[in-house]
Design a protein around this ligand. Structure first.
Ligand SMILES: C[S@@+](CC[C@H](N)C(=O)[O-])C[C@H]1O[C@@H](n2cnc3c(N)ncnc32)[C@H](O)[C@@H]1O
Length: 334
């Protein structure tokens, strides 16, 4: 991760200046947000697939998108995303991430992307990454004629190949989420939580010699020790009046059977704690693998600005439809 260097240009107070003791902790709870001028600068709006004064959608490779944001002086307060999982889907886009020959190559590419997010994440901001695991199968190309299987296995996935005889052997759980978090830790990120998303309605694995997988992770990373975190926005008050932070296990049903073009959509409930706790008023949320735009939609409904990047045009079109519906509702409420 690059050394911290949040410039003071183009930043405005989100919450009135700190009045208490001048400590780093107090300063972190009075964060800055980028000005409207930077967010709506014409060069960025023109390069965008969609842009208004609250939401920007970039239809491009994530690395190009992050470079463009950095050149445009964008600084966001919260990065939340679900990157492609290893060997799960063929999105059919150039330079797509997720189908690398070896999991170590996947982890290093993903870590490079998140290192690049640090250039556009304000120093007291947070990074949240939803990531699930993969088993090595070594079974070769699938031969099932069942349409569902073909869609799921799209020919030969990396984990169906022969493997390296070490991590990549049949039946091995690759421990991708943990390896990824350790890689970010080694690159200088602070790991604050390995929140577990527990799925009460998983599609059961068809296996006979292990438990069926029903969880994923939502890692919370910070750049620095003191960062913005508003536990009051989601915490629980005890009978004695103490505000407790949310727990690190989140039971949330998976999104299924809804009319969406995106097959790996996450639920708005999954982004609730990340966005509400770590985005200050009028702050900016960035989803660098935005898919159907769940994070952007949630951010907009709660008064935050947001930026989404996705390489697939069809998903960007779906995002625009979703954002335009929310914008229409905003108009009706005025
Ligand atoms: C797991 S999905 C994100 C789903 C999203 N959280 C939602 O709720 O819909 C991952 C996304 O990464 C995108 N993607 C894959 N490789 C990419 C790349 N190199 N640059 C930008 N987007 C990419 C895919 O098109 C896909 O939409």
């Amino acid at each position: 991760m690059a050394a911290s260097a949040t410039p003071n240009l183009h930043l405005v107070d989100s919450i009135p200046e700190a009045t208490g003791p001048s400590t780093k902790a107090n300063a972190a709870m009075h964060p800055k947000v980028i000005s409207e001028e930077v967010f709506t600068a014409s060069a960025l709006q023109e390069a965008a697939f969609y842009a208004d004064d609250t939401t920007i959608i970039l239809n491009m490779d994530v690395r190009d998108g992050l470079e463009l944001l950095s050149k445009s002086n964008i600084l966001v307060n919260c990065v939340i995303t679900s990157p492609p999982f290893y060997g799960q889907r063929d999105y059919g886009v150039e330079r797509q991430i997720g189908l690398e020959e070896h999991p170590s190559e996947f982890i290093s590419k993903l870590a490079d992307v998140f290192d690049a997010t640090s250039d556009v994440l304000i120093d007291n901001g947070s990074l949240w990454v939803n990531i699930g695991d993969t088993y090595w199968s070594g079974k070769g190309a699938h031969r099932s004629k069942e349409a569902k299987q073909s869609a799921r296995r799209f020919g030969i996935r990396p984990q169906d190949k022969k493997g390296d005889g070490l991590w990549c052997v049949p039946k091995q759980l690759l421990l991708i989420p943990h390896r990824f978090a350790i890689e970010l830790q080694e690159r200088g990120w602070l790991v604050r939580n390995d929140n577990v998303w527990v799925k009460p309605n998983p599609i059961p694995d068809q296996v006979r010699d292990r438990c069926s997988m029903s969880h994923e992770y939502v890692f919370h990373f910070a750049k620095e020790r003191w960062y913005y975190f508003d536990k009051n926005s989601v915490g629980k008050v005890t009978d004695s009046g103490t505000m407790l932070p949310p727990r690190d296990t989140w039971e949330i049903a998976t999104v299924r059977g809804q009319s969406s073009r995106h097959k790996a959509r996450f639920s708005e409930e999954l982004v609730r704690i990340p966005i509400l706790t770590t985005t200050p008023p009028r702050g900016v949320v960035l989803d660098p693998f935005a898919g159907s735009g769940t994070s952007l939609a949630f951010a907009r409904k709660h008064g935050f600005r947001s930026i989404g990047i996705d390489a697939k045009r069809e998903y960007c079109e779906a995002m625009v439809e979703q954002i335009e519906r929310i914008a229409e509702d905003e108009g009706e409420e005025d």
